[in-house]
Design a protein around this ligand. Structure first.
Ligand code: AHR
Length: 501
């Protein structure tokens, strides 16, 4: 019997809904086909937005969407994507598949999509190949309410009132595809560019995200924090957030491995690599703490997820991959880690929302399926805006190879806005069920409901069998006396329990 102890008196932080955020880039079939219907295509849409997809995403309560990249962001020139469609520039998407980008999805369309989803927006600006003026004008175009060339242009393009921009990224991966810069050089540019990312409306602050590290590049974090903070520690280095990118490549960057064909060894290897997120957050945070003692700057994990070899027969530049119970576990583990670090992790964006990498939705023409990852997000949504509670679970190490041993269980527990205690637990074993005793100190547990995503590790949804993996009811939890409950968590599964107290 494994003990999961919860102390509801100790609140460890607020769980920003944005921790369950999404990312969609001009890449493959993510935006075009996935979210947006081009003129002439016969798929049910409102103002171009696919309604089956919008409906499914609304159920998840998507809190925020990042756009337009990714690597695409640092070669995106926003003026190419406004005005009459027939006049918009056509270009080659050099990063992703060499296809023609006709810019029919631009700023207005992105804001319309966020409106329909009811989510916040996160716009990523171009530092790599864009000018300061271009970035300044984009922010003015989107947010300025008054007489100005950009506000006039916005009105001419059919949107008189300004939008509110919630988050603004000053460059993406500027250590790599965003300009191959050293950290101090980027930090200098960051200071300059962000100066012109203005708050045009009194009382509305644009949350600025500086480009953070790739995986374990601690030198980058040190360089950016050091340089940015040196000039203005009282303004916390002019930033509200610092990003972090970490993907789970099961077999490494060169031979990532198949999404569908993997053995037990690869299962544990994948989960072990996912758990590395914990160390990355802890160590980057320790560097940030040296400069930003008051935790003013959030960690923004704006790209995370599994990255496999793309599906055979698809364009290698489109990064289309299937999604199994293994991905459900990756999602559950990561979201538990982000919850546990909610004092610093203020946003995280899964890469990517639709048809790209660890997607929550896959489409094929008119057809659409929800992936196992979708169903995990659907169970975790109760943590949005909740208070993280102090909790701890006993574990043992499991696995097949020393290097990739993992704990058998992970968890996070919160007090939701509905007044219930929500626990999400992952079982990382591909073969063993575990008995768990949950103990909530000094609390009367009146009732419990449960739900589960799990099954054989290769299980996945297809367009012909879209419901192989769904959220199922889990009613095998027994309530005992004095705030205790017991259950047996099945192998390779993620569960969500809601306790009425
Ligand atoms: O998500 C795919 C790519 O991964 C993004 O464009 C880039 O930022 C990262 O390297």
């Amino acid at each position: 019997m494994y003990k999961l102890c919860v102390n509801p008196r100790v609140h460890k932080g607020h769980i920003n809904p944005e921790i369950q955020g999404h990312f969609s880039e001009h890449l493959g079939r993510g935006i075009y086909e996935g979210l947006f219907v081009r003129e002439g295509d016969n798929i049910d849409n409102i103002n171009g937005m696919r309604q089956d997809v919008v409906k499914a995403l609304k159920e998840l309560k998507v809190p925020v969407l990042r756009w337009p990249g990714g690597c695409f962001a640092d070669e995106y020139h926003w003026k190419d994507g406004i005005g009459p469609k027939e006049n918009r520039k056509k270009m080659i998407n050099t990063h992703w598949g060499g296809v023609v980008e006709d810019n029919s999805f631009g700023t207005h369309e992105f804001m319309e999509l966020c409106d329909q989803l009811g989510c916040k927006n996160y716009v990523n600006g171009n530092v790599g190949s864009g000018t300061v003026q271009e970035m300044q004008e984009w922010v003015e175009y989107m947010t300025f309410d008054g007489v100005s060339p950009m506000a006039d242009l916005r009105e001419k393009n059919g949107h008189k009132s300004p939008w509110k921009v919630d988050y603004f990224g000053v460059g993406n991966e500027n250590w790599g595809c965003g300009g191959n810069m050293p950290p101090e050089y980027y930090a200098g540019l960051y200071r300059r560019y962000q100066t012109y990312v203005r708050d045009y409306k009194q009382g509305e602050h644009l949350f600025k995200v500086a480009c953070g590290a790739n995986v374990d590049d601690y030198n980058w974090t040190e360089g950016v924090m050091g340089t940015a903070f040196a000039q203005a520690p009282w303004m916390h280095g002019f930033m509200d957030g610092l990003s972090l990118h970490y993907y789970t490549h099961p077999g490494g960057w060169e031979h990532k491995g198949s999404a569908l064909e993997f053995d037990d060894k690869m299962w544990y290897q994948t989960l072990s690599k996912t758990l590395y997120m914990e160390e990355l957050i802890t160590r980057h945070q320790a560097i940030m703490d040296k400069y930003d003692k008051e935790h003013k700057v959030g960690i923004i994990v704006d790209e995370w997820g599994t990255w496999y070899d793309c599906e055979p027969g698809t364009n290698p530049g489109f990064l289309y991959q299937q999604n199994t119970i293994r991905d459900a576990l990756v999602a559950g583990i990561n979201l538990n880690i982000f919850n546990k670090h909610c004092d610093r992790v203020k946003m995280a964006n899964i890469a990517q929302m639709i048809n790209v990498l660890q997607a929550v939705i896959l489409t094929d023409g008119e057809r659409m399926i929800k992936t196992p990852t979708y169903h995990v997000f659907n169970m975790y949504k109760y943590h949005q805006d909740a208070e993280l509670l102090d909790s701890y679970v006993e574990t043992k190490k499991i696995g097949l190879v020393d290097e990739y041993m993992v704990p058998n269980l992970t968890e996070s527990v919160s007090l939701g806005t509905d007044g219930k205690i929500h626990a999400t637990i992952t079982n990382l074993s591909c073969e063993e069920n575990y008995d768990i005793n949950i103990s909530v100190a000094d609390t009367d547990l009146k009732s419990v409901t449960g739900e589960i995503v799990g099954g054989e590790i290769h299980l996945h949804n297809t367009f012909d069998e879209p419901e192989n993996v769904v959220v199922r009811k889990f009613d095998e939890v027994k309530l005992l006396e004095k705030g205790e409950a017991t259950l047996s968590i099945p192998a390779s599964s993620v569960i969500h329990l809601a306790f009425e107290i």
